[in-house]
Design a binder for this molecule. Structure first.
Ligand SMILES: CC(C)(COP(=O)(O)OP(=O)(O)OC[C@H]1O[C@@H](n2cnc3c(N)ncnc32)[C@H](O)[C@@H]1OP(=O)(O)O)[C@@H](O)C(=O)NCCC(=O)NCCS
Length: 143
């Protein structure tokens, strides 16, 4: 498996948006607005590949000089629970650390809290609703 940075607007980016649609939005009856996708030009877009096939993706959005928000974490349905999400989190954390960021914040779906806890994240803000689903804010300090 190879984990790489994806460039906004490329065919790899459109493939990433399609995976996010399938895993994160379609099940909720939602899509992405053009504005939402345009704003991703300033983000760090990450994809995990086997050969040329995209297996998983996530996004790092800068929140401040020290802090990134990790969002849009999605692993292909058939490839979940095989360690791909964990590998991608480690890649994203290393990129963030190398860029001088010292914390990552995640708006985690309640169903994914156990995954992020295993990755060393702790609940930072209690339940709120996003995209119609209960979420909690989780944080990890990078050292
Ligand atoms: C949640 C998700 C990103 C995890 O990625 P993954 O590749 O399936 O997870 P991994 O195989 O790397 O799991 C790492 C560890 O977390 C555990 N884990 C994975 N998903 C979990 C979950 N939903 N709840 C509790 N634990 C979970 C695994 O069992 C594994 O534990 P282990 O190290 O003791 O074996 C992925 O399943 C996914 O895309 N789910 C649907 C979309 C989603 O919910 N995205 C997150 C939005 S906030």
């Amino acid at each position: 498996m190879a984990i790489k940075v994806i460039e906004h607007g490329t065919s790899a980016y459109h493939e990433m948006v399609a995976l996010r649609m399938e895993i994160l939005r379609k099940p909720l009856g939602l899509t992405f607005s053009t504005d939402e996708l345009d704003k991703e030009k300033k983000d760090l877009l990450i994809g995990a590949y086997e050969e040329d096939t995209l297996l998983a993706c996530c996004i790092l959005t800068p929140l401040s000089r020290n802090s990134y928000k990790l969002r849009q974490m999605a692993v292909h349905q058939k490839m979940q629970r095989l360690g791909i999400g964990a590998a991608m989190m480690h890649f994203a954390e290393n990129v963030a650390r190398d860029a001088g960021f010292n914390s990552i914040i995640i708006n985690a779906r309640k169903t994914a809290i156990g995954f992020y806890e295993k990755m060393g994240y702790a609940i930072h803000r209690n339940e709120f609703i996003e995209v119609g689903l209960p979420h909690v804010e989780m944080q990890k300090k990078l050292i």
